[in-house]
Design a protein around this ligand. Structure first.
Ligand SMILES: [Zn+2]
Length: 304
């Protein structure tokens, strides 16, 4: 049973009561921001610049659905001026801690800035993977930037200037992704991955998305799930399937062996990469797009 985080919530209550954080928080120095995911940490850096000091709870390769917070995370959250989380149930085990921490901290739920897609397998649940569509990420960015500006009015003009530049960069990235994917023929526009993280990508950029596992990596795929995808890859003659940086690759490797489809590369699904340029949002989306565009070429894409 995973009950480990309850004592962390209690620890945060003690920390909060003991150190009177409001007395220490002022407008001196950068705004102390703690973000849950690596994508949000990057976003806060982009729009916050030198007006923020941001730390992320998740590291590259970390899985937000399954991540279990540590005492260090609880202390970090308790000392924050602002906490930024994705929302839409992405932060499985972290959410209770985040929501119970730092009564004086401002909580920004980033995905409140967009209209979510539905989880196709769980009725009434949203799909949290909003970052894979640069257009939606732009809306998320505006929401987060406006909330940061409200938290630090002295810096609002600078944050708005950075926000506007970032929104422009995302618009041009969105166009670049469309152009890179344009040569893939209609019948091969199928993206097969291990967990169901790419519906926003598929909807924005015109690909059908098929995954062996569900929206959350918490759900375990069974033999029937795998057999269904094996049949589909064979029937549609899909040339490549993709592993993910934050998910165990064994199901996709098995799918590749059973169907003869090659592994088209590693996609960054729920976390940015560890090294440049994939350690930024723009680098991550470009790397994913390059892998997909190359893998789904008619001849299987000889050169990247
Ligand atoms: Zn996910």
């Amino acid at each position: 049973m995973r009950r480990g985080w309850w004592w962390l919530v209690a620890l945060v209550a003690v920390l909060g009561a003991g150190c009177s954080p409001s007395a220490e928080r002022g407008s001196e120095g950068p705004l102390r921001v703690v973000a849950t995911t690596t994508m949000l940490t990057d976003l806060v850096r982009q729009v916050g610049g030198e007006d923020v000091a941001v730390e992320g709870i998740l590291k590259p390769g970390g899985d937000p659905h399954l991540y279990q917070p540590t005492p260090g995370d609880a202390r970090l959250l308790a000392s924050a001026d602002v906490i930024v989380m994705n929302g839409l149930h992405l932060e499985g085990w972290m959410e209770a801690l985040v929501r119970n921490t730092g009564r004086d901290a401002r909580l920004i739920v980033a995905a409140e800035g967009v209209e979510p897609l539905k989880d196709p397998q769980r009725s009434g649940w949203p799909d949290p993977h909003v970052w894979h569509d640069a257009g939606r990420w732009s809306q998320v960015s505006e929401h987060v930037a406006d909330e940061l500006a409200a938290a630090r009015p002295e810096a609002a003009a600078r944050i708005q200037t950075r926000r506007d530049a970032w929104v422009k960069e995302l618009a041009s990235l969105d166009q670049e992704v469309r152009e890179a994917l344009a040569p893939i023929p209609a019948e091969q526009r199928v993206l097969v991955t291990s967990h169901d993280a790419f519906h926003y990508y598929g909807k924005a950029y015109g690909l059908e998305v098929v995954a062996i596992q569900g929206i959350s990596t918490e759900s375990e795929a069974g033999a029937r799930d795998l057999a269904r995808v094996v049949d589909l890859v064979r029937a549609r003659r899909i040339p490549a399937v993709f592993v993910e940086s934050s998910v165990n690759p064994k199901l996709i490797e098995q799918l590749s062996r059973e169907t003869g489809a090659k592994i088209g590369g590693t996609l960054y699904s729920d976390a940015l990469g560890a090294t440049p340029p994939e350690d930024t949002y723009t680098g991550m989306l470009r790397a994913n797009t390059r892998a997909i565009a190359t893998g789904l070429q008619p001849q299987g894409g000889a050169t990247p």
